[in-house]
Write a protein that binds this ligand. Structure first.
Ligand code: HEC
Length: 281
């Protein structure tokens, strides 16, 4: 009798968990606004043991720097953070020094220019949002620091990211990859005004960003062939890291917690057997 009650209670709990997982999973429409659902990709950072492919993230940074940074800032990323994707301290110093930073005021009360330092954030391409919009047909290019999170459809809910949808954050990377490879001719009869482009995966299909990638747009320092797909892939990995640099640490902690719970369960089970055993001492 008692056993039965426990069993139904457990079943009930499992039911509640399943239903909430289903309810919290983003729907197609949510995941990409009203656009077409981006196909899921097999990212290196998927799954509970997944990690960021360092070489790919570094290539992604190169493409960002050479192609995207003229329009998009990444104001949450400092040069020193790039060490996390495998750049050495020296490389970071060199990368930072390539940028010109406005600092000050100095003792004379004037702003001055100096080479970037590892603690500086990546440079902003425009003075302000208005200037950014004015230079881009009225649409300001968004900051890309958190873009994979912002387009994952799940908001910031910890439940969505960790429990209901272990791969939830990957949706954002799927979308970026689909967007960057999704420029196409519009279907028959679809009117695309001047100054904007047609994109299969952008919600509403009309995007104020011209296709930023073309074959060999960069020359990869590691010799990888710079196809559009390759660059889109590397950028998506780079943005996924930028948005969730603590992802690997969180997964490691998650695995440790699961192991701990497993061991604890075993110990409690052994204890229960001992306490309830019929042995006379
Ligand atoms: C010439 C300027 C320019 C360049 C270069 C550029 N973009 Fe954009 N980008 C824009 C503008 C403008 C928008 C806003 C589009 C809109 O809302 O219609 C945008 C939007 C985006 C978005 C957001 C799409 C969304 O779902 O809202 C992403 C992601 C993006 N760009 C990535 C990139 C990447 C990656 C590169 C480099 C390969 C790049 N962009 C290069 C101007 C640019």
């Amino acid at each position: 009798m008692k056993n039965k009650t426990v069993k139904s209670a457990l079943l009930g709990l499992a039911g509640v968990a399943l239903v909430s997982a289903w309810a919290l999973t983003p729907t197609t429409a949510e995941a990409a606004g009203a656009g077409v659902k981006p196909p899921s990709q097999n990212w290196s950072f998927n799954g509970i043991f997944g990690t960021f492919d360092r070489a790919s993230a570094q290539r992604g940074f190169q493409v960002y720097k050479e192609v995207c940074a003229s329009c998009h800032g990444m104001n949450l990323i400092a040069y020193r953070h790039l060490q996390q994707i495998g750049f050495s301290k020296e490389q970071v110093k060199v990368l930072a020094a390539e940028a010109t930073v406005i600092d000050g005021p100095n003792d004379e009360g004037e702003m001055f220019e100096r080479p970037g330092r590892p603690s500086d954030t990546l440079p902003e391409p425009f003075e302000n949002k208005k200037a950014a919009a004015a230079a881009n047909n009225g649409k300001a290019p968004p900051d890309l620091s958190l873009i994979t999170k912002a387009r994952s459809g799940g908001g910031d809910s910890i439940v969505r990211f960790s429990i209901a949808q272990p791969g939830g954050f990957a949706l954002g990377a799927d979308y970026i990859y689909a967007l960057l490879t999704g420029y196409d001719d519009p279907p028959e009869g679809f009117d695309v005004p001047d100054g904007v482009a047609y994109n299969t995966y952008f919600p509403g299909h009309i995007i104020a960003m011209a296709n930023p990638l073309s074959e060999d747009a960069v020359e990869y320092t590691d010799g990888t062939k710079a196809t559009v797909e390759q660059m889109a892939w590397d950028l998506s990995t780079f943005f996924a890291w930028a948005a969730e640099p603590e992802l690997e640490e969180r997964k490691r902690l998650g695995v440790k917690v699961m192991l701990f719970l497993l061991v604890l369960t075993g110990m409690l089970y052994a204890l229960k057997r001992q306490v309830w055993s019929d042995q006379k001492h």
